[in-house]
Design a protein around this ligand. Structure first.
Ligand code: AFP
Length: 339
C-alpha cells in the first residue's frame, strides 16, 4: 500500500515542474474524478437503483437518451459548475455549451465531455465510459460557442474513465499516457499502468462491418486485405473485435495494439462519420498520439481539424502506427487517382 501512487499525488508531482502551475488544474481534475466515481457507482448498481432503460427523450444528435445519459450529464455539470476552476462546459447531451451559474466564479478552463459513451450498451451490461477534454480559456470570461471551437492540439488534458470489470481512468496532460484503477475499498484511483504505449504493429482491427456497403474504396481495400489474411497481400491473418463502445475499443488498442475505424459514411454527406469531434475524436486523438499511435480521418490528422460546430461529426481512424499509416496511404493514392 505504502508505495502506491494515487492520481492526486501523480498530478501534483507532474504539475510541480511547471512554472505557471497554481494547483487549479489539480482541483479541476479532482472534481472530474469525483463525478466519475459517482457515475461508476450508478452504473455499477444499475437495475438495483432503477437507472437502466430509455429516458424517452432525444438529444441534440437525434439519439434516444438513456436514463443514465441524463443522470451522468447532471452529475458532471453539478461537480463542475460551482468549483471556480471552469469558465464553461460543453456536453454531448445538450444543444449549447453550459454556462457557469452567475453566483459562482468563473475559472480558466473549458471542459467538454461525453458523460456516458457507449450508452446503448448499458442495458446489456457491457463496458461504458466518460470521456473528457480540457482547454484553457481567459479567466473570468463567459465563453460563447465559438470559444470552444478549438483544434484538438490545443487541449491541455484529455482522459476517459472506463466502467468495466474494473473502473479505470486513462489520462494525458501531454506527457505520455497513464492508467489508474479505482480501488473501491479506499475510493482512490491508483496508478497501475504507467506510460502506456501502443504497439506499432498489429493484426487486429475494429470496425462495424454492417456498414461495409457504404464505405469509401480505401476502407474497402484495407478491410478486404485484412480479411483475406494469409492468402492475400498481407500474408497474415487478422482478428476482429467491435465492442461498439469507443472507450472499450480504445482501451484495448492502448493495451495490446490494433486499429479502430469509424470511417466516412457515404449514405448522408451531412454526417461524415458517426463520432463527435469535440467529445470523442479530439480527446481520444490526444491520448492515442501521446501513446505512440496515430489518429486521423484518413485524410487529415484529427488534432489539426478546426471545428466548425460544437457537435461536428468526423470520420475516425486510430491505433497502431503502421496500420493507420497504411490506410492513409490508400486514401491519398485514391484521392490522387480521382482528382
Ligand atoms: P452510443 O453512446 O449511442 O452507444 O454510441 C457509442 C458510439 O458513439 C461509440 O462509443 C462507438 O464506437 C460507436 O458509437 C458504435 O457505433 P455502432 O452503433 O455503429 O456500432
Amino acid at each position: 500500500m505504502s508505495d502506491q501512487v494515487t492520481l492526486t499525488q501523480f498530478i501534483i508531482e507532474q504539475q510541480r515542474g511547471l512554472p505557471d502551475a497554481s494547483g487549479t488544474f489539480t482541483l479541476l481534475l479532482n472534481n472530474i474524478v469525483t463525478a466519475c466515481k459517482q457515475i461508476s457507482n450508478r452504473v455499477n448498481r444499475g437495475a438495483l437503483i432503477g437507472v437502466l432503460g430509455s429516458a424517452g427523450t432525444e438529444n441534440v444528435q437525434g439519439e434516444v437518451q438513456k436514463k443514465l445519459d441524463i443522470i451522468t450529464h447532471d452529475i458532471m455539470v453539478r461537480a463542475l459548475n460551482w468549483s471556480g476552476q471552469v469558465g464553461g462546459m460543453a456536453s454531448e447531451e445538450t444543444d449549447d455549451p453550459i454556462k457557469v451559474p452567475t453566483q459562482y466564479p468563473k475559472g480558466k478552463y473549458l471542459v467538454l465531455f461525453d458523460p456516458l459513451d457507449g450508452s446503448s450498451n448499458i442495458d446489456i451490461n457491457l463496458t461504458v465510459g466518460t470521456i473528457f477534454s480540457i482547454l484553457r480559456c481567459r479567466e473570468g470570461m463567459d465563453p460563447e460557442t465559438e470559444d470552444f471551437l478549438r483544434k484538438g492540439n490545443e487541449q491541455v488534458c484529455a482522459g476517459f474513465v472506463l466502467y468495466g470489470p474494473s473502473t479505470m481512468l486513462v489520462i494525458t496532460t501531454g506527457k505520455g499516457v497513464n492508467g489508474f484503477t479505482l480501488d473501491q475499498d479506499v475510493g482512490e484511483f491508483i496508478l497501475t499502468h504507467r506510460n502506456m504505449r501502443i504497439p506499432e504493429e498489429t493484426d487486429e482491427f475494429a470496425i462495424n462491418m454492417s456498414n461495409q456497403r457504404f464505405w469509401e474504396p480505401p476502407v474497402q481495400q484495407y478491410i478486404d486485405e485484412c480479411v483475406t489474411g494469409v492468402d492475400g497481400v498481407r500474408s497474415k491473418n487478422f482478428n476482429m473485435r467491435w465492442v461498439a463502445s469507443l472507450v472499450a475499443d480504445v482501451y484495448r488498442i492502448l493495451t495490446r495494439g490494433g486499429i479502430f475505424l469509424y470511417p466516412a459514411d457515404l449514405r448522408d454527406p451531412s454526417k461524415p462519420g458517426k463520432l463527435r469531434l469535440m467529445y470523442e475524436a479530439n480527446p481520444m486523438a490526444f491520448i492515442i498520439e501521446q501513446a505512440g499511435g496515430v489518429c486521423t480521418t484518413g485524410r487529415e490528422a484529427i488534432l489539426d481539424i478546426k471545428p466548425q460546430t460544437i457537435h461536428q461529426r468526423v470520420p475516425l481512424i486510430l491505433g497502431s502506427k503502421t496500420e493507420v499509416e497504411r490506410i492513409t496511404d490508400y486514401y491519398s493514392q485514391y484521392d490522387q487517382a480521382n482528382t
